[in-house]
Design a protein around this ligand. Structure first.
Ligand code: PEP
Ligand code: CO
Length: 458
């Protein structure tokens, strides 16, 4: 991979093209053992059909533009890392179901549309803090997500295999196909999603807190029906738009799926509707920012505690030079105790530069720690605390707390601590199945959604 000539960070590469990232240093790339095999896979991917098309990316940008001006709210959620092993219609359905349930509670509370984006159908690659992992004196390549290698601690499993890019493509295609069927074919019907929420409210202690909200939604639905609106026939109540997203990490994959829109000449990364750049790869002069700067998809950028106002303004200049509403979502992930100190200067700096960004809170990645038993985990209360501070700081600054970004699953896992059903450290081993970071289970996710609903209404 050519990473020789490094250009000035503030300027786009001379004439952006889908491969111009290759002239920049690319962090977090696997050392593919066989260059020729990688090239063959790239050529194969380049000949496969796109997963999304330009008009969809533009439509999502328009929806996010409404978020940037306070007229909508963004819910982005899904696995930390999708898995080749846990791939089934049921798990896709259950994840979609919990996200739709959360969205109904948020829509009602916010009184504005909720833009629903999954970390799904392509979220297969992980940045790692160390290139290698050592256990008992044995050192192997780090696990980088199923798009690259396997998590088993075994030299063969950890060897990066480009054929996995093809498997990731096909799994993404069938996941997206099912999502499209579910969201347009009746599964997302508002009355049905509301009925699931009522089940949650009535069947659990944490749910009972939300009886009032659920009751209000119920009355709103009955009011509409009484007015003669056929709830089952109205497309707006029967179908939803559900968008896909992932971290654009493995750049040969993203490049191969980048296509030119024949109508406008725009370049679109057709691997997903929305792409984001991670906390570890957002360097201004780096390959990831270069690549994303040239595609028209709406973008996200993760911002950790080290992000200074100058960094963020420069990143906005690279990724949103035209100040396009909805183009850029800034995803802060500071950790519960740090939001009050770190967020206000960023809000001021970005506002002064006039970038119409979406501000989104990722309350997960700044709150991860290892339990005494050696499990990576997060406390429900820390997640909630970061969200509370995010809403409070935005209220104080007069900016719109535009959205949340969470890692969750529809399964009944025991990966995050707390929540009303009180998962303790001793419980973590019971159902800890994540391929990477700890996820909220379905009940914790709904509990969180109703709490965010309270914050939105406060
Ligand atoms: C992630 O979203 O899974 C992730 C790795 O996040 P970050 O880049 O914020 O650490
Ligand atoms: Co994660």
């Amino acid at each position: 991979m050519a990473t020789g000539d490094v250009l000035e960070p503030e300027q786009p590469a001379q004439g952006w093209h889908a491969a111009s990232w290759r002239q920049r240093p690319a962090g977090q790339q696997p050392l593919w053992p066989d260059d020729e095999a990688l090239k063959r896979v790239e050529a194969q991917l380049a000949g496969l059909p796109p997963m999304v098309f330009a008009g969809e990316a533009r439509r999502l940008t328009a929806s996010l533009a409404a978020v940037s001006s306070g007229k909508a709210f963004l819910l982005q959620a899904g696995d930390c890392a999708e898995s080749f092993g846990e791939f089934s219609a049921d798990s896709i359905r259950d994840k979609l179901k919990v996200i739709l349930q959360m969205a109904v509670a948020l829509t009602y509370a916010a009184g504005v549309p909720v833009v629903k984006v999954g970390r799904i159908a392509g979220q297969f690659a992980k940045p790692r803090s160390s290139d290698t992992e050592e256990i008992g004196g044995v050192r192997l390549d780090a696990f980088r997500g199923h798009m690259v290698n396997d998590e088993a601690f075994d030299p063969e499993a950890r060897r990066p295999d480009p054929e996995r890019l093809i498997t990731a493509y096909h799994q993404s295609v069938s996941t997206l196909n099912l999502l499209r069927a579910f969201t347009k074919g009746g599964f997302a019907d508002l009355s049905q999603v509301h009925a699931w929420n009522q089940e949650f409210v009535l069947s659990s202690s944490e749910g009972r807190r939300y009886e009032t909200v659920a009751g209000e939604i119920d009355r709103a639905l009955r009011f509409m029906a009484a007015c003669g609106i056929d709830l089952g026939a109205e497309d707006g109540l029967h179908q939803v738009d559900f968008w896909t997203s992932h971290e654009a990490l493995i750049l040969p994959y993203e490049e191969a799926l980048t296509r030119q829109d024949s109508l406008t000449g725009d370049w679109v990364d057709c691997s997903a509707h929305m792409l984001w750049v991670g906390e570890r790869t957002r360097q201004l002069d780096g390959a990831h920012v270069e690549f994303l700067s040239g595609v028209i998809n709406p973008l996200g950028a993760k911002l950790g505690p080290s992000a200074t106002p100058d960094d963020v303004v420069a990143l906005c200049a690279r990724l949103d030079p035209d100040r396009t509403p909805g183009r850029l979502t800034l995803i802060t992930r500071f950790g519960a105790g740090r939001v009050e100190e770190l967020l206000p200067p960023l809000l001021d700096a970005v506002r002064a530069e006039g970038h119409p960004v979406v501000w989104q809170c990722d309350p997960m990645h700044g709150n991860t720690f290892t339990s005494d038993g050696g499990r990576k985990t997060r406390r429900f209360d820390d997640i909630l605390a970061e969200l509370r501070s995010f809403f409070a700081v935005h209220r104080g600054a007069g900016t719109w707390p535009g959205g949340v970004h969470v890692e969750l699953t529809g399964d009944n896992v025991t990966e995050c601590l707390g929540g009303a059903e009180e998962i303790f450290e001793d419980d973590l081993d019971q159902r800890y199945t994540t391929t990477c970071d700890p996820r909220l289970n379905a009940r914790q996710s709904l509990d969180l959604a109703f709490r965010i609903a309270e914050l939105l209404r406060a």
